[in-house]
Structure formats: structure tokens, C-alpha cells
Design a protein around this ligand. Structure first.
Ligand code: HEC
Length: 203
């Protein structure tokens, strides 16, 4: 037998034995309190997820609008929330600043030249294909420092404000689960479903 492999095997077994106690990490004994918190109870490992737990994470809104909650909002209410919770990063007029993307601005309105000029800012007005996923994104991810904190009414109002400022909907339009999916985004026709089968997934 090759003694080098035997020696290696013994070392691995010994290393495994050194961390068998729950309070040990790499052979170092931890204080009892740390040992108790190594597997936090909130993870609920080994417990079936309840409907209430699943509802908290089942927040997606798809392009067709499935998943939009009850509630409504308009641009006037959205302007107030925007000034309080969004302008500090995205700028008072949604013009973007530093690393924070521009949200308002529909130019260029023709040609869709983003493939040839990567410096043109892609915005809700000139690039987003769906209004519904704007709801999904704002609800899920914004404000950047407190994602998930907005009520459905606040999100509908912010979406209405951003769409109105991008001249996609009238300033007085009310956005809700039935009106939002009907909004036609200016860039919609530039996006197609990739229905190719087999072969390379991307060109
Ligand atoms: C603390 C800074 C900050 C605040 C406040 C903030 N955002 Fe953002 N926002 C960001 C950053 C950073 C990104 C880019 C995130 C990325 O690309 O992953 C972003 C991206 C976005 C986008 C996507 C833009 C695009 O076209 O890709 C939207 C829409 C948006 N924010 C809306 C909002 C709204 C509405 C609010 C107010 C409720 C808000 N943000 C508040 C930092 C912020």
C-alpha cells in the first residue's frame, strides 16, 4: 500500500473529527451562546413552509400583469412619494446622478440605437417593454435601502408618476391591476420572444 495515501487519509479523518461538536469551528471551541445561534430558528430548517411564509416571498408580477395586487395610484400621489423616497438617489426630476440610473427621459424616440451606441441611457420611456414589470421591480427592489417597504398604493402611484413623466400615460390616469397591463410601452415592439429550440441559447 502507498503510505503517502494512507497518511493523507488519516489526516482527513482526524480533521473531520475535530469539528464534530456543534460549538466547534475548525477545532476552536466557541462560547456557548455562539454555539446556540449557529442554526438560527428563523430558518425553520426541516419544517414545511406555511402558506403565510410562501405569500411573503411570492411577490412576482409577470409581464401580463398576473400577481398585481388590489389597490390603485396616480401620478399626483406618486410625485409626493418620489420626492420623499426616490429623488435623493435618482435626482429631483428622475434625471439620474452618479451611479443611480435615469428614470425619466424618452429620447431617442425613434430608431432604437442602443445596440450600436451603449452610451445612450436606457430608461422606462425609451427601453422598458412592459409597464407591469415596473411595478414588480419597484416593489421588489426600491427604495434601494428599504426594498419591499412600499404599500401597493405607493407602488401604483410611483409607477403612474414615472409613466406620466415619461409621457407614456396621461398625468391623471389611475393605475391598478386592470389598467396597468393595458399600458403600451413605446419600446414594446422592439422586443420579441426567443422561441428558438435547441442549439446555442444565445447568439
Ligand atoms: C439609495 C439610492 C436609491 C433610492 C433611494 C432609490 N433607488 Fe432606484 N435605483 C438605485 C440603484 C443603485 C439602481 C440600479 C440597481 C441595479 O442596476 O441593480 C436603481 C434602479 C432603479 C430602477 C431601474 C432603472 C432601470 O431602468 O434599470 C427603477 C425603476 C428605480 N430604481 C426606481 C426607484 C423608485 C421608484 C424609488 C423610490 C421608491 C427608488 N428607485 C429609490 C438606487 C436608489
Amino acid at each position: 500500500m502507498n503510505l503517502r495515501y494512507l497518511a493523507l487519509g488519516v489526516t482527513i479523518v482526524l480533521a473531520a473529527c475535530r469539528i464534530e461538536k456543534p460549538g466547534d469551528v475548525d477545532g476552536q471551541a466557541l462560547p456557548a451562546a455562539s454555539a446556540a445561534t449557529r442554526l438560527p430558528e428563523y430558518l425553520g430548517l426541516g419544517t414545511p413552509a406555511t402558506a403565510a411564509i410562501l405569500a411573503r416571498v411570492d411577490i412576482d408580477v409577470n409581464p401580463a400583469g398576473a400577481g398585481l395586487p388590489a389597490g390603485d395610484g396616480d401620478a399626483a400621489r406618486g410625485a409626493t412619494t418620489y420626492a420623499a423616497k426616490c429623488a435623493s438617489c435618482h435626482g429631483p426630476r428622475g434625471e439620474g446622478q452618479g451611479p443611480y440610473p435615469r428614470l425619466i427621459g424618452a429620447e431617442p424616440r425613434a430608431g432604437f440605437p442602443f445596440g450600436t451606441d451603449a452610451s445612450i441611457p436606457k430608461t422606462i420611456g425609451n427601453y422598458w417593454p412592459y409597464a407591469t414589470t415596473l411595478y414588480d421591480y419597484v416593489h421588489r427592489a426600491m427604495p434601494f435601502t428599504a426594498p419591499g417597504s412600499l404599500t401597493p398604493g405607493e407602488v401604483y402611484s410611483l409607477v403612474a408618476f414615472l409613466l406620466a413623466e415619461n409621457q407614456v400615460i396621461p398625468a391623471t390616469a389611475v393605475m391598478n391591476a386592470s389598467t396597468l397591463p393595458k399600458v403600451q410601452m413605446p419600446a414594446r415592439a422592439h422586443f420579441v420572444l426567443d422561441n428558438r429550440k435547441g442549439g446555442q441559447p444565445f447568439r
